[in-house]
Design a protein around this ligand. Structure first.
Ligand SMILES: [Zn+2]
Length: 172
């Protein structure tokens, strides 16, 4: 499908969208941010000085629970207040604004941008019922996984929508 009409808009928007570096203190968050379409580099284990250097060199905002990293990086970091995924996601989404994310545009494993594929090409490669009920498919150029907007993703997106709109139970 040709989407040239929206190309300019998405390109300029992309420049403004922050890229993140997530350390081992927030692994789940890394995966979720990728699901939301953010470019996320995940580093599970790294010494503080090396991580700080990496964040600066790669021009990424560090998302961390580590106060030393956050202090060293200042504005180029977000110190995550919550130890829970939901609170962390809420904090990040609120800091970047609700328009910054593009759900399901990136592989949550490889961080690669997904490419749209024609429905015919996934025949026999995705479960039968998925093929029968879904029309829009994309694949990851890195790992070859296929993605579609199934119930699972719909549920996740709904959770994110609730977080963005602040319509959730604080006690959770
Ligand atoms: Zn992938």
């Amino acid at each position: 499908m040709n989407e040239s009409a929206s190309n300019n808009e998405s390109a300029s928007r992309e420049d403004a969208v922050p890229r993140f570096l997530v350390d081992g203190t927030a692994g789940k968050l890394a995966r979720w941010l990728r699901i939301l379409g953010f470019d996320v580099l995940y580093v599970s284990a790294c010494e503080v000085p090396a991580l700080v250097r990496l964040a600066r060199q790669s021009d990424r905002i560090a998302l961390t629970r580590n106060t030393e990293i956050a202090t060293r990086l200042g504005d180029a970091s977000i110190l995550l207040r919550s130890e829970h995924l939901r609170g962390q996601l809420e904090q990040v989404v609120h800091s970047v604004g609700p328009d910054a994310y593009r759900p399901f545009s990136r592989c949550n494993i490889c961080n690669e941008k997904l490419e749209r594929v024609k429905k015919e090409t996934v025949r026999g490669r995705v479960p039968e019922f998925v093929y029968a009920t879904q029309d829009s498919f994309s694949s990851c150029p890195q790992c070859g996984r296929y993605f579609w907007h199934g119930t699972h993703y719909a549920n996740m997106l709904e959770q994110v929508r609730l977080i963005v709109e602040g319509d959730h139970d604080e006690s959770e």
